[in-house]
Design a protein around this ligand. Structure first.
Ligand SMILES: NC(=O)c1ccc[n+]([C@@H]2O[C@H](COP(=O)([O-])OP(=O)(O)OC[C@H]3O[C@@H](n4cnc5c(N)ncnc54)[C@H](O)[C@@H]3O)[C@@H](O)[C@H]2O)c1
Length: 357
């Protein structure tokens, strides 16, 4: 007889679309039901999880949650004060889905209230000081912290990394990362791009130079944390990043360019391209010329935020190294801030570690 599955009590702070949107249907019904992108959809997709509380400053969003999800989670209590929610509810799993500059306090208060695992939205924070406080609080209390840089749970990205690490294409040497379209903002979606670059490079940045896009040249070295609500307040830009392990990355994240999210991994003996519209690898034929094949991407609905929640439960139960840790989130943030600092100093070279300015 198998042991009864534990039921985890989950809660979410911040109820905008990325929290509550309904999931998309799986491409092939035989694979399962849905691909869960939003946090509520993710909790609904994982067996043994009950969403017991949701919180937003805006009461209408609590009503919106009930309209969309009341039949799945009829017992979720609504709050407008997250501290009251933490005081009144025993919460195991906490999603922090507030604007970027409001992640830190909620994570730290959640740990103090005794939550067992946290999934925090990206970027981890708006300052390195906040990131450090979050990481330290979780580490001290041994609470796993996952940062929702979703590409780490995309099957195509996972397959690209597996192939890269297999050595079949030779060692990785250069990375070209491209983000375009009206949402090509550094802190909104550029953080996904930069984090994915670091995930493939498997190293820490040594130095960078950067130039923000036209219209953002006077942005300054700090990020206010508006979080992309207003694209005008979150700049795009270009950067050249040199990593400690010798890898070089060329990053372009610019509004006003073709809508795309793509990373090209240039190896000694081949090339990988993975992104929103591409998943392929290229190798020379033995007799010359180049041959390109599609990546063998696993067909699964365990992707995105649903996979993150499943991993969080595994970390709570068995420990281990998170595949998107607080330190990983801090690395991406330090590069984003380095880009602002370089551009603000006339595209000067910025050496790591960067510090808040
Ligand atoms: N993973 C992804 O693909 C993805 C997509 C979109 C947004 N995000 C991230 O999710 C986070 C939220 O983004 P958003 O655009 O929904 O932001 P938002 O500005 O709409 O804020 C989300 C909600 O948080 C609520 N809120 C703010 N402070 C609160 C507090 N102290 N207590 C309770 N509720 C509070 C707001 O009322 C709002 O409804 C950001 O960090 C963003 O970068 C991630």
């Amino acid at each position: 007889m198998t042991e009864a599955m534990s039921t985890y009590r989950a809660a979410i702070v911040g109820l905008a679309e990325i929290s509550t949107e309904v999931p998309t249907a799986a491409p092939e019904p035989v694979l399962g039901t849905v691909v869960a992108h939003s946090h509520v959809a993710a909790y609904a997709s994982v067996p043994g999880v009950e969403l017991v509380a949701v919180c937003d400053l805006v009461p209408a969003l609590l009503d919106g949650f009930r309209e969309r999800w009341g039949d799945i989670f009829p017992n979720a209590t609504g709050y407008t004060d997250y501290r009251r929610m933490l005081a009144e509810q025993r919460i195991d799993l906490l999603s922090v889905v507030t604007p970027d500059n409001r992640h830190a306090e909620i994570v730290i208060d959640g740990v103090a209230a005794g939550v067992q695992g946290i999934l925090c939205e990206k970027p981890i924070a708006t300052t390195l000081a906040d990131a450090d406080r979050m990481i330290a609080a979780c580490k001290t209390a041994r609470v796993p912290l996952l940062i929702n840089h979703t590409r780490r749970w995309y099957p195509a990205f996972g397959e690209a990394r597996r192939l890269l690490r297999s050595g079949e294409l030779g060692g990785l040497r250069r990375v070209v990362a491209t983000l375009g379209g009206e949402r090509a903002m550094l802190f909104r979606n550029g953080t996904h791009l930069i984090d994915a670059v670091c995930w493939f490079v498997e190293g820490d940045p040594a130095w960078l130079i950067a130039e923000l896009d036209d219209g953002h040249r006077d942005h300054g070295p700090r990020y206010a944390g508006d979080g992309g609500r207003d694209p005008a307040s979150d700049p795009g830009g270009s950067a050249y990043i040199h990593f400690e392990n010798g890898m070089r990355a060329f990053v372009n994240a610019s509004k006003g360019t073709l809508k795309t999210f793509e990373i090209e991994l240039i190896c000694e003996g081949g090339r990988l391209r993975v992104g929103a519209d591409v998943a392929e690898w290229t190798k020379p034929f033995p007799d010359g010329g180049l041959g390109t094949s599609q990546l063998n991407v696993p067909q699964t609905t365990w992707s995105d935020t649903g996979a993150a929640i499943r991993e969080l439960i595994g970390l709570v139960e068995r420990g281990g190294t998170p595949s998107s840790s607080g330190e990983d989130g801090r690395r991406a943030l330090s590069i984003l801030l380095g880009i602002l600092q370089s551009s603000a100093a006339g595209s000067a070279r910025v050496d790591f570690p960067v510090v808040d300015q």
